[in-house]
Write a protein that binds this ligand. Structure first.
Ligand SMILES: [Zn+2]
Length: 103
């Protein structure tokens, strides 16, 4: 996955287009991301006995990784990501705008 937990991303599609948020969880298998404050669904909950209160629950739901761009932590621009191998064989992410290593 190009985007990981803790990254700041810019949403490119959907009702939250143009918003930025921090990735709370990444689901590499589904290529989806759970982002703080993004793609909130409201659910109306009914009271069940004494354990749950009635009301509206706001729930963040994951969005597909193709709908976001990484915001570079170095130059602060939304950017595409490249990869580079370091001398020790480690693979690191690269900002295509400023060419800095992001990891
Ligand atoms: Zn950059």
């Amino acid at each position: 996955m190009k985007i990981r937990k803790g990254d700041i991303v810019l949403v490119m599609a959907g009702k939250d287009r143009g918003k930025k948020g921090k990735v709370r969880f990444a689901y590499p298998k589904d290529e989806r991301l759970l982002i703080e404050g993004i793609n909130i669904r409201k659910r109306h909950a009914r009271a069940r006995g004494t354990t749950r209160q009635a009301g509206i629950i706001e729930l963040e739901t994951p969005i597909h990784v193709s709908n976001v761009m990484l915001v570079c932590s170095k130059c602060n621009h939304p950017t595409r990501i490249g990869f580079r191998f370091l001398g020790d064989g480690r693979k690191v992410r690269l900002c295509r705008s400023c060419s800095e290593v992001i990891d």
